[in-house]
Write a protein that binds this ligand. Structure first.
Ligand code: GGG
Length: 363
């Protein structure tokens, strides 16, 4: 009997959104096309969604009411950036990115940091191999719980609250996820970041739960650090850091610092992951819409490529993800860098070079 070979297909929802988002996501899709054209054993079906700030201007919402139902039909989401100079940032962020992350319970925001070969860190005597971190950002509650309000608007007696919420459920699940990630890395070390000297309720709960969860991971060493001290440690002793877990806000700040120490925000990827896999996870460059360089053709597409590799790994396509990263590293090593990394290359030149590297590379 003739054997029928079926090719795996992954369905990707692409949401380029705002600013340089469409430029870097288009570059990422081009590179993914070059990758799958090699015959890597799977195909990608791309569903394109035009949601974002322009959609908001036309429809009064950043995405349709049934958007999450559409996204649930995908295996993963490939997101660009959100933010528009004419719309307050808190409207656009909550209207799109946070609606998706919270609506699809993507409670773990995973942010790897490495200095890629060919890229120079602003830190003295720190090169590839010296800085290899995985920052886990709690992505469903904390300072982004959306609890608070304003009364007596515009009057001298105006009051505003912004309440951080830490639940045992939320802290325990992110802590467990962080210990699991640390256990899977060579150095098996986790640093739990809080501000539990000054914030004596939610942050102390974090410390307590870290202690409890650590008993289930005897192979992982761990320590605690206050967020202010962590910024110094990242700059002064980067080699001693491996996996880091922190609250929604703290990890957001730390990972921008991490990206800068690795060379540029333009290379940093992230995954908004639902570890239960009941919902699709969403992958995006860490950077925002960058309106100062939108349309100039110089946005760094490396974060978008690394993001695509993270997405492939999540989809179970690790060999293809590794191949893609090898192609990116080859291009960086050859010195083809965009202006944020001190080079003169355009988005298109870097994209073309990565596609060519993919075509010429042995598996
Ligand atoms: N691609 C990431 C992105 O668009 N970020 C927009 C932003 O403003 N994020 C703020 C945050 O996540 O805290």
């Amino acid at each position: 009997m003739e054997k029928i070979l079926t090719m795996r297909q992954h369905r990707i929802a692409s949401i380029p959104a705002d600013g340089i988002g469409p430029e870097v996501i288009e570059a990422g899709l081009e590179v993914l096309d070059a990758l799958t054209a090699r015959g890597v054993g799977f195909t990608l079906k791309i569903d394109r969604y035009d949601w974002g700030s322009d959609y908001y201007r036309r429809h009064g919402a950043f995405m349709p009411a049934d958007a999450l139902a559409w996204l649930r039909t995908a295996d993963a989401i490939y997101f660009g950036a959100v933010g528009d100079p004419n719309i307050p940032d808190h409207i656009s962020l909550w209207g799109l990115r946070l609606q998706i992350c919270q609506g699809l319970d993507q409670y773990a925001n995973v942010r790897p940091t490495r200095i890629l070969p060919g890229i120079t860190s602003p830190l003295r005597n720190v090169g590839p191999g010296d800085l290899d971190w995985l920052i886990i950002r709690e992505n469903s509650e904390g300072e982004y719980a959306g609890q608070g309000g304003r009364t007596h608007r515009g009057r001298p007696e105006e009051v505003a609250t912004e309440t951080a919420i830490f639940t045992r459920h939320g802290v325990e699940r992110i802590m467990r996820y962080a210990f699991e990630q640390a256990a899977a890395r060579p150095r098996r070390h986790l640093t739990v970041v809080t501000k539990s000297n000054a914030q004596r309720f939610g942050m102390v709960l974090w410390d307590e739960i870290a202690g409890l969860v650590s008993h289930d991971f005897p192979n992982v060493t761990w320590d605690k650090e206050l967020v202010d001290a962590m910024t110094m440690r990242m700059v002064l002793k980067p080699r001693g850091i491996d996996t880091v877990v922190a609250t929604n806000l703290h990890a957001d700040i730390l990972s921008d610092l991490a990206a800068a120490l690795a060379g540029s925000l333009g290379i940093a990827p992230t995954g908004n992951v639902d570890p239960s896999r009941k919902n699709p996870s969403m992958f995006e460059p860490i950077h925002g819409s960058a309106f100062d360089i939108t349309g100039k053709g110089i946005a760094n597409p490396v974060a978008s490529f690394w993001t695509a590799a993270m997405m492939l790994e999540h989809l179970g396509e690790k060999p293809a993800a590794d191949l893609l990263m090898r192609a990116v590293e080859q291009v960086c090593t050859n010195g083809l860098l965009t202006p944020d990394l001190g080079g003169k290359a355009t988005t298109k030149e870097v994209t073309r070079a990565v596609c060519e590297a993919l075509r010429g590379m042995n598996a």
